[in-house]
Design a binder for this molecule. Structure first.
Ligand SMILES: NC(=O)C1=CN([C@@H]2O[C@H](COP(=O)(O)OP(=O)(O)OC[C@H]3O[C@@H](n4cnc5c(N)ncnc54)[C@H](O)[C@@H]3O)[C@@H](O)[C@H]2O)C=CC1
Ligand SMILES: O=C(O)C(=O)COP(=O)(O)O
Length: 531
């Protein structure tokens, strides 16, 4: 049984797949303070939020069993993603459930602002009939600047085009082909500031977008500019906005979102040139149902099938992809496990190479598995696919990836090199058609073995009789040899022997083996599981 807690108001209808599921118990407990949530969070496996509840490090620290934080909406700025990642907690969102609602709300804000609807409504209710004061502006043939041309930004652009508006857009990911197809002109932030009559922002709130629209921007703006923010408070610098309105540098603003929420009786909510709504962009029956259905179904899929569709802090994973990559996934973790056990001191750098067909795939999952294999030796089960790269960084270990689709003797080849100041070690592995995963290289030795649970890697001189002596000692210690592989550079030179044994070799056994003349070093390698 998995326990899920819902801490913000979410459509209960939309959560039905989860609440009706026999494997899940769902508690709806909204409006909790941080300390109240800290007191109860450790018994939950998944947490569902909207934008109200801040998911802070102390909450995540207390969440000993939490595997998933699900955001029933788009923006995840109320969740400390870096901290969740470090803790190995998956964060997912519902990226398209509220797109239409937020788009329509943006249009409602633009139209309300252009035609003074809230002010005229209030005035009429106060008993006035003032037609002159509330004269508005047409959208037709005006220029709309869209900052952030993603789902909502492009939705607004499309609707504005139907009003006859020209669209300028700034988004680093908007390609010229897409812009052409959508009849949108790509522009810089400065060009938008200088040319737009209306501006709407639709980026996430990030360190880069915080204050993207600022005093400098307003200094370049046209005096008739009307600007809206249905994305996140802070993308438009709030103090600069008030100053620009007060100094007549721009005409009006419409805000659905604020740096501090709830925003009650603030200079922004009371300003005569600003119309406001209390973060209503996603507040429709339809959007709330869609985001709830999305997170409910995804939570079930994660716990039942390990499928992750809308990961915020992990590579996308699905049973299908994993099935396709399964041999590589297991091989790469094992390669990491073997590598770190052969490397006596801590590595400072990992050099990962993908050659052949595998280089053409998205290898992010495989890289994380390799890193998990390396780290799990010291950090144990705390390491998972979510936090592997962060924990590697915390250990002060850098990594680099090289990809080359040219074959390297095998149709696919993965190489892990562990490096520190004193030395380095290379482990090469592959998946052989029909034979499965193999380790095929250790440093400069060509080898060919299937990694098994208990192994010994022995550097020795290539000399007659050595194998017999070794077999005898292992036999005396009651250890059966499952398989043996030899790799050598030249006859009579240095050689590497890889033994798979049925039981773990004790320190005593290794000491006895080491006494054999010609044995130079013995590394015991213990895997979490055989391949
Ligand atoms: N008021 C409300 O109730 C709602 C607000 N939102 C907010 O709207 C934002 C946008 O939502 P979607 O369009 O669904 O997200 P999206 O991910 O589809 O689009 C965001 C776009 O912003 C662009 N972007 C990122 N950094 C940028 C930068 N520095 N400069 C210019 N563009 C940049 C991205 O390339 C992307 O195309 C969300 O992050 C959320 O904060 C979303 C839904 C409802
Ligand atoms: O999805 C988003 O980013 C939103 O801002 C919607 O927020 P909400 O779920 O209505 O608190």
């Amino acid at each position: 049984m998995f326990k899920v807690i819902v801490v913000d108001p979410i459509s209960e209808e939309g959560l039905k797949s989860l609440t009706d599921h026999e494997q899940f118990e769902v508690d709806i407990n909204t409006g909790l303070s941080e300390s109240e949530l800290i007191n109860i969070i450790d018994s939950y496996d998944a947490l569902i939020v909207r934008s109200q509840t801040q998911i802070t490090p102390p909450i995540l620290d207390a969440a000993k069993n939490l595997r998933v934080v699900a955001r029933a909406g788009v923006g995840v700025d109320n969740i400390d993603i870096n901290y969740a990642t470090k803790q190995g907690i998956l964060v997912i969102n519902a990226p398209d459930g509220n797109t239409i609602s937020a788009t329509e709300h943006s249009m409602a804000m633009i139209l309300s602002m252009a035609r003074n609807i809230p002010e005229a409504h209030r005035s009429l209710q106060d008993g006035n009939w003032d037609r002159k004061k509330y004269r508005g502006t047409e959208l037709y043939k005006k220029t709309l600047g869209v900052i952030g041309a993603g789902r909502i930004g492009l939705g607004v652009a499309k609707r504005a085009q139907s009003f006859g508006m020209n669209i300028l857009a700034f988004d680093p990911y908007l390609s010229s082909d897409d812009a052409k197809r959508l009849e949108i002109t790509r522009a810089t932030v400065d060009e938008i500031a200088e040319q737009a009559d209306f501006i709407t922002v639709h980026t996430p709130l990030t360190p880069k977008t915080k204050g993207l629209v600022n005093e400098d921007f307003f200094n370049k703006a046209k005096p008739n500019l009307q600007i809206i923010n249905v994305a996140r408070g802070g993308i438009i610098d709030e103090d600069a906005l008030i100053k620009a309105l007060d100094e007549g540098k721009i005409e009006k603003a419409a805000l659905d979102v604020f740096t501090e929420e709830p925003a009650n009786n603030t200079p922004l909510t009371q300003h005569e040139k600003i119309i406001v709504t209390p973060h209503l962009g996603a507040s429709t029956i339809e959007a709330q149902e869609k985001v709830a259905v999305s997170v409910a179904n995804e939570i079930i899929d994660i716990f039942e099938n390990n499928n992750v569709l809308h990961a915020v802090n992990a590579p996308q994973m699905s049973g299908e992809v994993e099935e396709e990559l399964r041999p590589f996934v297991e091989l790469s973790r094992t390669t990491g496990e073997v590598g770190i056990q052969l490397f006596e001191k801590g590595p400072r750098e990992l050099k990962i190479k993908y050659h052949g067909e595998i280089a053409l795939d998205d290898t992010s999952l495989i890289t994380r598995q390799l890193v998990m294999g390396v780290l799990q030796q010291d950090l144990g089960d705390h390491v998972n696919l979510i936090n592997a790269l962060v924990l590697l960084n915390e250990q002060g270990v850098t990594y680099q990836i090289e990809k080359n689709s040219k074959k390297y003797g095998f149709s696919n080849y993965i190489e892990l090199e562990l490096v520190n100041k004193e030395h380095s070690i290379k482990i090469g592995s592959t998946v052989l058609n029909g034979y499965g995963p193999r380790i095929v290289r250790i440093n400069d030795y060509p080898v060919d073995f299937k990694p098994e649970k208990h192994m010994l890697l022995i550097h020795h001189n290539d000399q007659p009789g050595i194998v017999g002596k070794m077999g005898q000692i292992l036999g005396e210690h009651g250890i059966n040899i499952a398989s043996m592989h030899l790799g050598r550079h030249s006859i009579g030179g240095e050689a590497l022997m890889v033994l798979s044994i049925d039981d773990e070799a004790s320190e005593e056994t290794i000491a006895d083996l080491f006494a054999i003349e010609g044995f130079q070093s013995i590394n015991k390698v213990e895997l979490n599981q055989s391949l």
